[in-house]
Design a protein around this ligand. Sequence first.
Ligand SMILES: Cc1cc2nc3c(=O)[nH]c(=O)nc-3n(C[C@H](O)[C@H](O)[C@H](O)COP(=O)(O)OP(=O)(O)OC[C@H]3O[C@@H](n4cnc5c(N)ncnc54)[C@H](O)[C@@H]3O)c2cc1C
Length: 464
Amino acid sequence: MTDTDTSTEQDYDLVVLGAGSGGYACALRAAQLGLSVVLVEKGKVGGTCLHVGCIPTKALLHAAEVADSARESEQFGVNATFEGIDMGGVNKYKDGVVSRLFKGLTGLVKGRGITVVEGEGRLAGPRTVEVNGRRLVGRHVVLATGSYSKSLPGLEVDGHRILTSEHALTLDRVPASVIVLGGGVIGCEFASVWRSFGADVTIIEALPRLVAAEDEAVSTAVERAFRKRKIALRTGAPFESVETTDAGVRLTVQGGDTIEAEVLLVAVGRGPTTAGLGYEEQGVAMERGFVLTDERLRTNVDGVYAVGDIVPGLQLAHRGFQQGIFVAEEIAGLAPTPIDEAGIPRVTYSDPEIASVGMTETAARSTYGDAVQTLTYDLGGNGKSQILRTQGFVKLVRRTDGPVVGVHVVGARAGELIGEAQLIYNWEAHPEDVAPLVHAHPTQNEALGEAHLALAGKPLHAHS
Ligand SMILES: Cc1cc2nc3c(=O)[nH]c(=O)nc-3n(C[C@H](O)[C@H](O)[C@H](O)COP(=O)(O)OP(=O)(O)OC[C@H]3O[C@@H](n4cnc5c(N)ncnc54)[C@H](O)[C@@H]3O)c2cc1C
């Protein structure tokens, strides 16, 4: 329910500041456990993920897939013609998905009896959030103010030629050409969408490879696939400067090369939204703007917790969501098991998709030395991948004679495989445990099964 009470001070079991994935999950679970909860939000309940993050970008990526299917229909003996992208129609579809989910979420929040206070809140005391001149006092406070799109020195976002992902989601046209600055998850996803929509795309990345947090073999495969899709790549090319021109933007990379395009997307990472919110004044320990917590998500200030993108670690919705649930259960006295950050799955929804859980080969070798084995299973040997006409691989990393410590997948629909991979990783399964499992045929899960068979020394197909 939206709060209409205007008295200046109110007490709750829990005051949650920020209603994104972390904040609303915490509020919903806490209310379910019988706690009184107030949720303070300056924008819309649902936060980045629902309104300007996961959901709208994945809708665009699905529209991109439909466009590619139409273009490539002949390969499947289907007569269809691709006539172009109607951005009005794409945006209507995207916004429809968001608004249906928003309606469902607000209904759920209301149904659980959570009080929602609209406005910009700040931490005004160890257990107090101040908003619109009112003081909301909690037995506990959860900080969940999320993140914002960062830029670089000398790079001024104008929302017209130089865009953040938020601006990119509202474009009413497909630009003829785009520079994507940053080859991380968000950069690769937008590059993929725009290429499918027909734009000329160039990705500029300062690091030597795209998706640099992933296994090196993954970066190599994605770079190859992107080049095949005629996405131009400039890796190891740090940004130097940008100027706007009559036609758009001219970007200079270190060394002096210039690239021109109609628009520039700045996708250089997200910073924590914590400045000026009273956290430091109340003595909350911070580092580079992030709120520090222990594994039970407690800050150093008694009764104050933090969840989601403001806590150092993976900036992913399902992490914030799970942290929110954890904190609610902790406050309710259920003593939940701490979240294993390394077991959180990661998916990049570009074409091809990337999905991974656990350690890269390099990380495993730096932890376990030579006691590491890897196996790469080519999706070429997988029936469903042939049907989908996708290329890629499943790469397993295991401790020698021990459990699987990393699973890395590249290919269409790779994200759908990560559920099983996550269980394998989190349950510390050995390849020998997975090898006897029967996988439905024809699915891409069979590739996961066969990779484990091969790593257990019982290969059915050739592998490397
Ligand atoms: C383009 C894009 C695509 C993404 N795709 C994915 C994906 O596919 N999968 C995935 O897992 N993650 C994805 N993410 C990341 C995901 O959106 C975030 O990890 C997630 O939203 C973090 O949740 P949060 O609760 O920490 O913060 P947020 O969702 O950012 O929510 C914080 C909320 O706090 C509010 N707030 C901030 N300050 C105040 C204040 N002072 N007073 C009141 N309210 C305040 C904000 O308005 C906001 O609603 C994507 C992000 C972007 C930008």
